[in-house]
Ligand binder design. Structure first.
Ligand code: ZN
Length: 877
């Protein structure tokens, strides 16, 4: 096989031919679906006559091709593995093709495939070319009319984008529906669904008074699990009207739940397709976290109707134009309808763990990449989450009103067009009058900027001098970096008063919570009229996606934890304090020295527990230690065992010393009111379950009893899952085994609950975890063809059970490579995602490096998909 070739951003050329309108007809059949396409085409006025027409097409069997009703002779076109070229088409013409495809053999889940007996599609980014010959690129926008023909018995429901305009009966027990989508769209937003589905229906009246029908389509047994998604959808529609002035544009909005889905969900015009895990909820089957995730994803996909569909991307290098912006929008929505402080803490905790690791590894890339081999490899934390952080910085730089003016301008100016990141930033620059030239580097430079900060109080002159030095480490093909424009929101907290002191910077007053702008490699900021010695509170709210170091003492951090006016930074001070203690303990473990718990951490936790008054949801976050993955991210070289031992030690020491406080906290937050996914209830449950986690860390007798009872009470999945997890991760196999058994039997029929059952077991710290993974891979509920199963069992193990995945004998690596090799054939997109932990080999000790590289080499020896090929080549470069 020839090596897959990269695509470069600078090679972009506008399409030679545009498509005004498409007519599609699908005759569904599992092994031989017929797709007829009729394309109204026009040569671009600036294009020369005789320019060949290039259409993408993969795994299609061409049955017929004609121009203006005239079948093409074999010398008028050429066919190859990834498409078709027509030699000399006229300036305006109708192109008719007919192809045959086999949805039942489609295990990659791109294009048209079968999932639990239902036909569905996934076209972003380049799946449409597996359905028909087409210029499959986002800057070709057309109106679609789609006729779906299926069996009345097997596919009573036939859906596509837009509005249904015609339906009827056909011979042989078949029927059809024709759909019309009046909004021009790129092919990646096309969707089709056909199957035995049931719907839940609701209505929404838009701000201009139009009535929209809302439908959620599911398998019959899931009809009771759609309420939360529907309520979330209506909240999101309202929020987008109020916050961005964006109204829905069709008369019908549909969501479909699909069991086999590569990602979370997809924003196809008027017909959003969802991984069933991202839409179905019920108090008995879904945790609070799942409820919140569903709310966020429903909103995300809905928001794409404007940020993505009405205004789309010119090419896939601009992916963050729609994804970064839409993630920012869904984050703000979730913050508005839930606890804003907790939302930010959760997002940042995740970001600093996972995106920082990506940005520091061999697959690091800018928010706008310069080249790729396989675009599905670029649906990353950098494009999505870092992209959202960049938009958030813009929002904060401009302020709410100017940002809204900029977004209005963007949607108005580019409605119906496929545009670039510059187009978006230009609107923001115009609306705010700011020069964003340097800011654009956030889109072009990969790697996490590191800031070293240093501060000094000058008593004599009542000044505080803050020096910030920035540097961005080299990343693949970017050895040199230029300084970024970094907005640092900050305060100076007076050590006597415990209050924010007014900030006055070279005479200019910034209030008590202000933003300073670091633009140079090094800058010193002199604050005047500082009446008492302060502790600086820096990067409040995580005002920029950077790593900031400051030589805080533990006393400083305990002080900020108690006094900072910024809730986010109070939490962060606690995390930093815990990190200092953890660093000592990691060193002690490595040196074989006895571990001693830092009393300052215990005192800080005790005051958190005693002082009350805090937002319960935030308190739960503050009582949560940094994850092993985050701790690892902060170490120069990852010592998996020392990290695990140190963190366990801190948790047990806190549990032992503060046992009575945790017990009280548990009891105070117990409740038997009926479950509701409401912020106050969620906060109480998380606090209670954090407390239970501490009690179980020392397997306190009463704690074990509480966990057992909480499991048996069977009140809601949040509580049941936490109890079952704690029992399964404890030494009490006598309690865990029967609990796991009864849970597994009770939920054998519910695939999404079985995913949780898998995840709970494979995160066990005990040494048998890896054997359990292999064993569970043979369980009847497991299938390598279902991405949710792969993620729940294998993904959870390799990403969340670090101590066992990184076993010194390399068995964890071997297991992962075995699975990746199989998935490389079945589902390349999932395979190349799953392999990620092996690509981080450089972070570990020599023996592990060798073992991980050996597995990467073993994968490389296979006949690889472009997806896995690209990742492996980068990892071994
Ligand atoms: Zn998205």
């Amino acid at each position: 096989m020839s090596e897959p070739k990269p695509t470069y951003r600078h090679d972009y050329r506008p399409p030679a031919y545009r498509v005004a309108h498409v007519d599609l007809t699908f005759e569904l059949d599992p092994a031989a679906t017929r797709v007829k396409a009729s394309l109204q085409m026009e040569r671009h006025p600036e294009c020369k006559e005789g320019e060949p027409l290039r259409l993408d097409g993969e795994q299609l069997i061409l049955k017929h091709i004609a121009i203006d009703g005239q079948a093409l002779e074999s010398d008028e076109y050429t066919l190859d593995d990834d498409g078709l070229s027509v030699r000399q088409p006229p300036a305006r013409f109708r192109l008719d093709t007919e192809v045959e495809i086999a949805p039942c053999d489609n295990t990659a889940l791109e294009g048209l495939y079968l999932s639990s007996g239902m036909y569905c599609t996934q076209c972003e980014a380049e799946g449409f070319r597996r359905i028909t010959y087409y210029p499959d690129r986002p800057d070709v926008m057309a109106t679609y009319s789609t006729t779906v023909i299926g069996d009345k018995a097997g596919q009573p429901v036939l859906l596509s984008n837009g509005n249904p305009v015609k339906r009827g009966e056909l011979p042989d027990g078949r029927h059809f529906v024709t759909w019309n989508d009046p909004f021009p769209k790129p092919s990646y937003l096309f969707a089709l669904v056909a199957g035995d589905l049931k719907k839940v229906e609701d209505r929404f009246t838009t701000m201009s008074g139009r009535e929209v029908t809302l439908q959620i389509w599911v398998e019959e047994e899931n009809l009771g699990k759609t309420d939360h998604a529907m309520a979330s959808l209506k909240r999101a529609m309202k929020w987008d009207e109020e916050t961005y002035g964006r109204e829905y544009d069709l008369d019908l909005f549909m969501i479909v739940a699909v069991n086999d889905f590569n990602m979370g969900a997809m924003e196809n015009k008027g017909l959003n397709l969802f991984n069933s895990a991202a839409v179905l909820t019920h108090p008995d089957t879904a945790t609070d976290a799942a409820f919140q995730r569903v709310e966020g994803i429903v909103a995300h996909e809905y928001f794409h109707n404007w940020s993505g569909n009405r205004v789309t991307c010119r090419d896939w290098f601009q992916l963050s134009l729609k994804e970064g912006f839409t993630v920012f929008r869904d984050q703000c929505f979730s913050a508005d309808v839930n606890s804003a402080a907790v939302k930010r803490i959760e997002d940042v905790a995740f970001f600093r763990t996972a995106q920082f690791a990506e940005d520091a590894g061999p697959t690091a890339h800018p928010v706008r990449p310069d080249h790729y081999i396989e675009i599905t490899n670029f649906y990353t934390l950098t494009i999505y989450e870092k992209g959202a952080e960049v938009v958030r910085m813009l929002y904060n730089l401009m302020g709410e009103e100017a940002f809204r003016r900029g977004s209005d301008r963007y949607f108005e100016r580019f409605d119906g067009q496929a545009v670039t990141i510059e187009d978006f930033v230009d609107c923001m620059a115009e609306a705010s009058g700011q020069d964003l030239t340097q800011f654009m580097r956030w889109y072009s430079q990969a790697g996490t900027p590191e800031i070293d900060a240093y501060g000094e109080y000058d008593y004599a002159n009542a000044e505080y001098h803050l020096t910030l030095r920035q540097r961005t480490p080299a990343t693949p093909d970017q050895p040199e970096k230029a300084p970024q424009h970094i907005p640092v929101r900050m305060g100076l907290v007076g050590t006597k008063s415990g209050r924010d002191l007014g900030l006055s910077l070279e005479g200019e007053s910034l209030g008590s919570d202000g933003v300073i702008h670091l633009r140079e490699a090094e800058q010193t900021f002199v604050f005047t009229d500082v009446p008492e010695a302060p502790v600086p509170s820096l990067l409040r709210g995580f005002s920029a996606p950077v790593q900031l170091r400051f030589p805080y003492s533990r006393e400083d951090l305990a002080f900020l934890l108690a006094n900072d006016s910024d809730g986010f930074n109070r939490w962060d001070a606690g995390q930093r304090l815990a990190m200092l203690a953890l660093d000592d303990l990691i060193a002690a473990h490595r040196n074989g020295v006895e571990k001693v718990m830092d009393p300052r951490v215990v005192d800080a936790f005790r005051s958190l527990l005693e002082r009350g008054g805090d937002d319960k949801a935030v308190l739960a976050e503050m009582l949560t230690l940094p994850s092993e993955a985050y701790i690892a991210e902060q170490q120069p070289l990852v010592d998996v065992e020392a990290i695990h031992a140190a963190r366990t030690f801190v948790k047990q020491s806190l549990a032992a010393t503060l046992r009575d406080d945790f017990l009280r906290l548990y009891q105070e937050n117990e409740s038997d009111e009926p479950y509701a996914p409401q912020p106050e209830q969620i906060a109480r449950r998380s606090l209670k379950n954090v407390a239970l986690g501490y009690l179980m860390a020392v397997e306190d007798e009463e704690g074990v009893e509480l966990a057992r009872r909480q499991f048996e009470a069977d009140h809601n999945m949040t509580d049941v899952r936490q109890a079952l997890t704690l029992l399964t991760h404890s030494s009490r196999d006598d309690l865990a085994a029967p609990a796991l058994r009864s849970f597994g039997e009770k939920w054998a029929h519910d695939s999404l609950v079985m995913d949780q059952w898998f995840a709970i077991q494979v995160t066990r710290p005990q040494t048998d975890a890896l054997d359990r993974v292999r064993h569970l891979m043979a369980h009847p509920a497991f299938s390598l063809k279902n991405p949710n199963k792969v993620r729940a069992l294998v993904g959870t193990f390799v990403n969340q059970n670090r101590i066992n995945f990184h076993r010194a004998d390399g068995e964890g690596y071997r297991l992962l490579a075995d699975v990746v090799i199989e998935l490389n054939r079945l589902n390349p997109e999932i395979a190349s995602r799953l392999v990620t932990p092996l690509t981080r080999w450089q972070r570990f000790d020599e023996p592990r490096q060798e073992l991980m590289r050996a597995e990467l080499e073993r994968i490389r020896a296979e006949k690889l998909s472009p997806n896995v090929y690209e990742v492996i080549e980068k990892a071994l470069a």
